[in-house]
Write a protein that binds this ligand. Structure first.
Ligand code: PEP
Ligand code: MG
Length: 768
């Protein structure tokens, strides 16, 4: 027979073998089983249907070792005895890399580890595939044969398919059988209470039900009854997915941020990617349902994603994973072409990361919180969560490996903790805290219209940090005394194109109108670092936070800032216009920036335009260098606003966006507080108003320290206003000043005054 015909024939035989194996497995699935019985039947079915002498299942124990749990062909005595450490032997390699390993001669592989009790020395070829579920490696499925040969692609695919089915139904068996169904010491699905510590990117306490952004599919829905029908379904799904992605790319959500637009573009690329679509078609053709095909391809990608170190690659694989998720929702009829995902009431969505558009896909009335393995506090998802009052925990590393949809969860957006499957006592304690928080909420609401005056009669101004239209109603609802920081770059970041003069003017005018007779302080464009415009090419830099950013760009290329200043002058017509410049490091930079502003003021005046009633030009104090020039800068600035986020990052040389270092240093250390005091004293002596607008101003404990040191204007996100006001009303500022001053002198040996100030609050009855 010619060689080609021979190859085609053997491929046909193997394809038939794969289908037969799937049919056999479907028959086995009809019965409910204890997990061990199920595994035994599986290895039996695999060994007898594939051309193999051995089929074995290794499952991962808590702690990471792989245990032989069922075998056909190896020595029975080795079952539940043979164990391999993570990465040990060929089986360990498969688990570690989450990829198949296909060898003609196992013993030749450098990682081969001989286990005499198994009697595997008779066998030559080895094929191991990971048992994956939701991208998590649960174990390894192995076939071996006496004949030294490489297994064919069809055989590898078939074994991978069986591994996926095995994962799903073993977990279902375990659930159905309860505690008695467990394998010895192995839990296939996580069931213990666990706590993960992350960071609270948006505050709040909620109890809810976990909803995985990437749902695993039900085991009853894996093997096709009618392959033709499934082929039609997958084609239909692909077409709908493409339509859905096309709508996304051209729709509103794509304009939200640069990131969302990039993601959507990547979706489109993948949705039309031949290889991805071919993989889906092949899997359906091999006998899987459309859902199982998507799951299989997704699992492979997700497992790879979990190993990927390169952030770019991770991001791309993440996009692909998300696309698969959309496809599953389309197949399940859950997602219409226009989006909007249905979730149970009180759902807490768990995901690796979530773009703002994905967040808005969920029914907002049912969403109770978000937990992310990644995420960043300054991402737009975080900003939107804060604006709509949705608790968000980010950087909860490893949580996706342990969470299942439907698990009860407690989201502690105060401490940054996620409690999954909590004990009743944990729930009781948490419910009490939620009650207290609810009461506090009522208290804040009742204090909303009160002026913020401390017990020793110091009048304070608590203002809002804003930047987008969604923030504007909060001026009214929170009772804030104005907008202390309007981050103008947000509008630039969420647009597809550079906002035109009129668009900029409109937004600034709306902000001024929303504040009524309260002041609004606009901060000019603070770009660079991590704030990159979708329509400009970022200049690659070694240290972007220390690089060509913010005012430095504005002074080198004044066109963009002058355009913005023009819009600000126009928006301020007839009103008070307050503008400040970010990231100033020297007095000279401020003078040059101010000159640009004056050029625009003179221009507007010459053109006979309506002018602002009054213009105040201030400076953001965000660099230690400027702190040490505070009196000099006060000669030129109408006001000073301390950008404590950046000031602290530069003071401690700790990147504010790097989770490893951002929380390492305490702004309540004597070093940092004495610098803050130096700034406040300098401004007071110069008679120049000073405020603080970094995140620390919105945290009650930090805020009262700032007040004590002489900062009477604080600007914060909306969630800070109530708690800070409540603490300030109970504060004797002079008393706290007298208490802290000796603690923060240069000879202080304390690393932080946090505990001391907490004690002070306890004695004084200050709610923090
Ligand atoms: C700051 O740095 O403290 C600040 C308020 O500005 P941003 O957080 O926008 O850098
Ligand atoms: Mg800043």
């Amino acid at each position: 027979m010619p060689r080609e015909t021979e190859q085609t024939q053997s491929a046909l035989v193997e394809a038939e073998m794969a289908r037969r194996l799937l049919r056999r497995i479907r028959d086995l699935m009809e019965r409910e089983q204890a997990v061990q019985a199920r595994l035994d039947q599986f290895v039996d079915a695999i060994a007898s249907n594939m051309q193999a002498n051995v089929a074995s299942i290794y499952l991962l124990r808590r702690g990471g070792s792989l245990e032989l749990c069922a075998t056909e062909g190896l020595d029975e005595e080795a079952v539940h005895k043979t164990q391999l450490k993570s990465g040990e032997g060929l089986v360990g390699q498969v688990a570690f890399n989450a990829r198949p390993l296909n060898l003609a001669e196992a013993a030749d592989h450098p990682m081969f580890a001989y286990k005499p009790e198994t009697g595997e020395d008779k066998f030559h070829s080895f094929l191991g595939v990971p048992i994956l579920r939701g991208g998590r490696t649960m174990g390894v499925l192995v076939i071996q044969s006496q004949k030294a040969r490489i297994f064919t692609e069809i055989e590898v695919e078939a074994l991978q398919t069986v591994a996926m089915i095995l994962a799903e139904i073993a977990i279902e068996d375990e659930r159905a059988a309860g505690a008695k169904g467990h394998l010895k010491g192995i839990r296939l699905h996580p069931d213990r209470p666990e706590t993960f510590s992350g960071l609270a990117f948006s505050e709040g306490l909620v109890q809810g039900l976990a909803h995985l952004h990437f749902q695993p599919i039900a085991s009853g829905n894996l093997i096709a009854d009618d392959t033709r029908a499934e082929e039609d379904r997958i084609e239909d799904g692909i077409a709908k997915l493409r339509a859905n992605v096309d709508i996304m790319v051209s729709g509103e959500a794509a304009n939200l941020t640069r990131a969302s637009r990039e993601i959507f573009e990547a979706y489109r690329m993948f949705a039309y990617d031949r290889k991805w679509v071919d993989r889906l078609r092949e899997a359906v053709h091999a006998g899987l349902t459309a859902e199982a095909a998507v799951e299989r391809v997704r699992n492979e990608h997700r497992a790879r994603l979990m190993k990927a170190r390169d952030p770019y690659l991770r991001a791309r694989l993440h996009d692909l994973e998300d696309l698969a998720n959309r496809m599953l929702r389309i197949l399940g009829g859950e997602l219409t072409e226009s989006g909007n995902v249905d979730i149970p009431d009180g759902a807490v969505v768990f995901a690796r990361d979530l773009g703002p558009a994905e967040l808005l896909d969920y029914d907002q009335t049912k969403l109770a919180g978000i937990v992310l393995e990644e995420g960043s506090p300054s991402s737009h998802t975080s900003i939107i969560c804060k604006a709509i009052g949705l608790p968000l925990i980010g950087r909860a590393e490893g949580v996706l490996d342990q969470i299942e949809s439907g698990d009860t969860v407690l989201i502690d957006g105060e401490m940054g903790d996620v409690h999954i499957r909590p004990l009743p006592e944990q729930i009781a304690g948490f419910t009490m805290r939620m009650g207290v928080r609810g009461e506090m909420g009522k208290l804040y609401a009742s204090q909303r219209d009160a002026k913020t005056i401390t017990k020793d009669e110091q009048t304070l101004s608590l203002q809002l940090n804003a930047g987008l239209m969604v923030d504007l109603p909060h001026v009214e609802s929170s009772g804030a005394d104005g907008i202390g920081l309007f981050r103008t770059e947000f509008q630039f970041m969420v647009s597809d194109f550079m906002p035109r003069l009129q668009e900029q003017t409109d937004l600034y005018r709306k902000a001024i109108e929303a504040a009524g007779d309260k002041p609004v302080t606009f901060r000019t464009l603070d770009l660079g670092g991590d704030k990159i415009l979708p329509y400009s090419d970022p200049v690659p830099e070694e240290n972007p936070a220390l690089g060509w950013r913010s005012i430095r760009i504005a002074l080198d290329r004044p066109g963009l800032m002058r355009y913005q200043l023009r819009a600000l002058v126009a928006a301020g017509a007839g009103k008070l216009l307050r503008v400040m410049f970010p990231m100033v490091a020297t007095v000279d930079e401020f003078i040059r920036a101010k000159e640009l502003m004056m050029i625009e003021v003179r221009r507007a005046s010459k053109m006979g335009e309506d002018m602002p009633r009054k213009i105040e030009i201030g400076v953001m104090l965000e660099t230690p260098a400027l702190a040490w020039s505070v009196m000099a800068i006060c000669d030129h600035a109408d006001f000073v606003s301390v950008g404590a986020n950046d000031l602290m990052q530069f003071f401690f040389a700790a990147d504010r966006d790097n989770a490893r270092v951002s929380d390492r240093y305490d702004p309540l250390s004597p070093a940092a507080l004495s610098m803050m005091k130096f700034i406040a004293d300098g401004c007071r002596r110069s008679n120049v108003p000073v405020s603080v607008c970094g995140e620390m101003a919105g945290r009650p404990l930090e805020a009262i320290c700032l007040i004590a040191l002489g900062f009477h204007t604080l600007s914060m996100s909306v969630t800070g206003i109530g708690p800070v006001k409540s603490a300030a009303l109970a504060l004797d500022a002079q008393k706290l000043r007298d208490y802290i001053e000796p603690l923060i002198r240069v000879d202080s040996r304390l690393s932080s005054v946090r505990e001391e100030v907490k004690l002070f609050c306890m004695k004084e009855g200050i709610p923090i």
